[in-house]
Ligand binder design. Structure first.
Ligand SMILES: *[C@@H]1O[C@H](CO)[C@@H](O)[C@H](O)[C@H]1NC(C)=O
Ligand SMILES: *[C@@H]1O[C@H](CO)[C@@H](O)[C@H](O)[C@H]1NC(C)=O
Ligand SMILES: *[C@@H]1O[C@H](CO)[C@@H](O)[C@H](O)[C@H]1NC(C)=O
Length: 278
């Protein structure tokens, strides 16, 4: 028994050392996502503390949109694309104007529970990431849940069914901000042309929603990017042919640098793995 215990101990130690060595050898190289499959990625679930986040409970309402497979919830006003590929899956919601904050809230994570409706509520809570916008409709007179100043979550159907019965249609909820638990590093997707670089950060841990982005080329200083749509950040400065670093600040004031994120020969329509997360 004692010998077996010792052997297990030694084996565990060797695995830890091997893992450490591998992570050290890959840790400081910015990689394209296509490289990641070959690299032994250590999938630590990131769950940062919620310093600087208001985690009090508030009242809102919730409905659902799309089908049981998350149809209609893809793409959307935050700029994200295939939510399954990007790691958000079905755990998403579209926010009303009052919560969306012109897209600054995209990527934020919420815990939501059905409240004060014993007929339709189910026990327990869900955690979702904001990935879309629930637009107001001023011509409607009934069911105008997403019009200002109302706080509203239009959940994916599978998420709604975890906290309420389908027949309810709309339920009162309690909600609070929570730290986003994401796997692996922040990812950055490029789009545009030499005179218009657009970067979409996704899979952001911690606060999850980004308030400030700066970009630096090999031959430039730090350039402040403009939030142009959802979580798409842009600059008109020509950066092709230069290695690129990014500096990202989340809504809780935490800043992370992604140094040498993109190599000199980066292109449009590529995704880069930031390797670290919030
Ligand atoms: C936002 O960025 C993503 C990723 O590059 C892109 O697919 C999408 O078209 C962008 N959305 C807008 C409205 O520019
Ligand atoms: C707004 O509401 C009206 C009345 O219910 C409806 O006909 C219209 O399609 C809605 N508009 C949108 C953009 O959903
Ligand atoms: C230029 O960018 C490359 C790749 O991102 C990086 O390795 C290098 O350190 C950068 N050089 C300077 C002078 O910033």
């Amino acid at each position: 028994m004692k010998l077996l215990g010792k052997m297990i101990y030694v084996e565990c130690f060797m695995i830890i050392m091997a893992t450490w060595f591998v992570s050290m050898s890959y840790g400081h190289r910015a990689m394209m996502v296509s490289d990641v499959a070959e690299a032994p990625v250590i999938d630590d679930v990131v769950g940062s503390p919620t310093n600087g986040l208001d985690t009090s409970w508030y009242d809102a309402r919730a409905t659902f949109y799309g089908d049981i497979h998350g149809g209609e919830t893809q793409q959307g006003a935050c700029g994200y694309g295939d939510l399954f590929r990007q790691g958000y899956g079905l755990a998403t919601a579209a926010l009303s104007t009052a919560l969306f904050n012109e897209g600054y809230t995209c990527g934020a994570c919420y815990e939501i529970m059905c409240a004060n409706n014993p007929q339709w509520c189910l026990p327990g809570s869900i955690k979702i990431t904001a990935t879309n916008f629930c637009p107001p409709n001023y011509t409607k007179t009934v069911g105008v849940w997403c019009n200002p100043p109302q706080k509203h979550f239009d959940l994916s159907l599978p998420m709604f069914l975890k906290i309420a019965q389908y027949k309810a249609g709309v339920v009162p909820v309690r909600y609070r901000r929570v730290a986003c638990a994401k796997t692996g590093g922040v990812k950055f997707e490029t789009k545009g042309n030499p005179y218009f670089l657009m970067i979409l950060p996704y899979n952001v841990g911690g606060a999850g929603d980004i308030k400030f982005v700066q970009v630096k080329g090999n031959k430039t200083g730090w350039i402040t990017m403009k939030k142009n749509w959802g979580q798409n950040w842009t600059t008109g400065v020509k950066l092709t042919g230069q290695g690129i670093s990014l500096r990202v600040t989340t809504s809780d004031g935490i800043t992370k640098d992604f140094i040498n994120l993109m190599p000199k020969n980066w292109g449009f329509g590529q995704t880069f793995d930031g390797k670290i997360n919030f």
